[in-house]
Write a protein that binds this ligand. Structure first.
Ligand code: GLY
Length: 573
């Protein structure tokens, strides 16, 4: 799945079909694709208008959705006969097995994906006509549709993330076009000729697949999230084309004590050959010296570039093993097996790997995406309580910056999630959703040139608090929680955020047992730490702020006295 796509001998399909929620950009991206390919562009909603003399919207209002769907099915069959062509489909086309199969006969089906909050933000500014299925509370309705349809959209041959900041509409469109054209030229012929594809498209079953996928346009990898996932390791290695390789397991003392036996059993049963190296648990291991030890171990074991590194552990192991995998032999495959809530939602996903220097954290690193991430939520049972809780700060962060639906779920289940008594399926659903959000952002902006910066919500003050306290007092998630409260206050003072959102944020963080303040912290040291960051940011302190749940803005113009007052208020409590 991660191998560089090789051009295939089969001809590329002469029909590209775009599916996804209303407002995600199917028309804009479809027209741009058609222009690049020199193909005609058609839109099934436009065909409805031509045939019925009224818009899809009017038809639904006048004759009801069922009648509209019948007209749409006839139109889909007609559209599917044409080639070459780019077809933009109405948002609900993919719900019908008949439509899916008709479009799958000749088409390369691409699913354009963005969060409902992002689509709602874009919709009014695009001057779109009223859409009856997304009328009312637009965002809420989009969320419902997203929930109902995602599993059917996932039947598509290609997943195309289209998240972008408010000023990045053109870049977002061009990136999506480049992704689709790249995949069309290299992978599409193989993807559309997969065994039993048409049968699957034509069945009534929703698509089955991993909880999330990262697709950077160069690499594509699955994130599986489920209880018992570790035991599936041999099958997963097979699925991603890494069976039969030797594995080099890197873990730490704590994790090996808790899960070493299980992993050894899994590797034995799967007849997977390899070796393991156990580092002392803790941030102090995330150094170039430790990386050097690991290089020498790999050299002694005669590890080859085709072999695989397995990282079993929390953030330190994910980052260190990732750094070693990025650099040893100029890059080996790595499979991340995160064992903490924090690592499952953050460190294991995204490809940023690094070691620390005495001068600062994560100063030496690389972008090196894993071949897969396996998040076994059953291992979280053995996590110490404080570590368990801190990880939810990143989940809560994802909810506030991207997903009001996830926020509702967290609010409804805070007690059991925080106590570690939640049903494993619920835990898997929450971590899966949060992983999907991170994957969506990373896939939209793998090198952090734009929208990926929003993942730093709460981190400007949070990192500074960690640094000012020598990384000993606050765990990362705790510092991020305090940083989120700081960012919330700044946004309210700037007049861009309603105070009720900050109340919601503090209530949720509190109900998870996360800190909201850093009493007695050295304010000057925190500000200085932020100012050091400021140099790195070309002279501007950058804050990710909320304008509402699911709506972020990056501001480089927050007045210094407001920052200073905010940190003081966090220190006072
Ligand atoms: N490895 C963490 C990230 O890429 O964000």
């Amino acid at each position: 799945m991660t191998a560089t796509p090789q051009p295939t001998s089969q001809p590329a399909p002469q029909q590209i079909v775009l599916v996804g929620l209303s407002g995600v950009g199917k028309t804009t991206i479809g027209k741009a694709l058609a222009e690049r390919l020199g193909w005609p562009f058609i839109d099934t909603d436009e065909m409805v208008l031509a045939r019925e003399g009224r818009t899809a919207a009017a038809l639904i209002i006048e004759r009801g959705e069922a009648a509209f769907r019948r007209v749409e099915e006839v139109i889909v069959v007609e559209a599917a006969r044409r080639a070459p062509v780019v077809i933009a489909t109405g948002g609900g086309v993919i719900l019908s097995a008949g439509n899916r199969r008709a479009l799958g006969e000749r088409g390369f089906i691409c699913y354009l994906d963005a969060t409902p909050s992002e689509i709602a933000r874009r919709l009014p500014s695009e001057g779109q006509p009223v859409r009856p299925l997304v009328d009312g509370d637009l965002e809420r309705r989009l969320r419902e549709l997203d929930g109902e349809r995602r599993a059917y959209y996932n039947h598509a041959d290609l997943w195309v993330p289209v998240m972008g900041g408010p000023d990045e509409a053109i870049e977002t469109r061009d990136r999506a076009v480049a992704r689709i054209l790249g995949a069309w030229a290299t992978d599409a012929a193989d993807l559309v000729s997969r065994p039993r594809r048409l049968e699957r498209l034509g069945s009534d079953e929703p698509a089955r697949g991993p909880a999330a996928v990262v697709d950077t346009g160069v690499q594509r990898y699955p994130i599986w999230v489920a209880p018992g996932e570790l035991r599936r390791l041999p099958d997963r290695l097979q699925q991603i084309g890494l069976a039969g390789r030797r594995v080099f397991l890197i873990s730490d003392t704590n994790v090996m004590e808790a899960h070493g036996r299980t992993v050894a059993d899994v590797l034995d049963t799967g007849r997977i050959a390899g070796a393991s190296y156990v580092i002392p648990a803790g941030e102090a291991s995330k150094t170039q010296r430790m990386a050097g030890e690991l290089y020498r171990w790999l050299a002694g074991e005669r590890a080859e570039r085709r072999d695989v590194i397995l990282a079993l552990g929390g953030g330190v192991v994910c980052d260190l093993a990732g750094y070693v995998a990025a650099t040893y032999l100029r890059g080996m495959a790595i499979v991340q097996l995160p064992t903490s809530v924090l690592a499952m939602n953050d460190a294991a996903i995204g490809g940023k790997v690094a070691v620390d220097l005495p001068e600062g954290k994560n100063l030496v690193g690389a972008f090196h995406q894993p071949a897969a991430v396996l998040s076994d939520v059953s291992v979280l049972k053995t996590l110490p309580r404080r570590m368990h809780i801190e990880g939810f700060a990143e989940v809560i962060k994802h909810a506030f910056i991207l997903d009001p639906g996830l926020l509702d779920t967290l609010e409804a289940n805070a007690r059991s999630l925080a106590a570690g008594t939640a049903d494993p399926e619920l835990l898997a659903q929450v971590i899966g959703r949060s992983s999907h959000l991170k994957a969506l952002i990373v896939s939209s902006d793998p090198q952090e040139r734009g929208i990926r910066a929003i993942l730093n919500y709460g981190h400007t003050i949070g990192h500074a608090i960690e640094q000012a306290t020598g990384y000993t007092e606050y765990m990362h998630g705790e510092a991020v929680a305090i940083g989120m409260m700081g960012a919330g206050r700044i946004a309210v003072e700037l007049g861009i955020l309603d105070a009720t959102v900050v109340d919601r944020q503090s209530d949720l963080l509190r109900s998870f047992g996360l800190p909201l303040i850093a009493p007695g912290i050295n304010v000057r040291a925190v500000i200085e730490a932020m100012q050091r960051d400021k140099k790195v940011e070309q002279g501007r302190m950058r804050f990710v702020l909320l304008e509402g749940v699911g709506r972020t803005v990056v501001r480089g113009d927050v007045p210094e006295d407001l920052v200073s007052r905010t940190v003081q208020s966090l220190a006072r409590g």
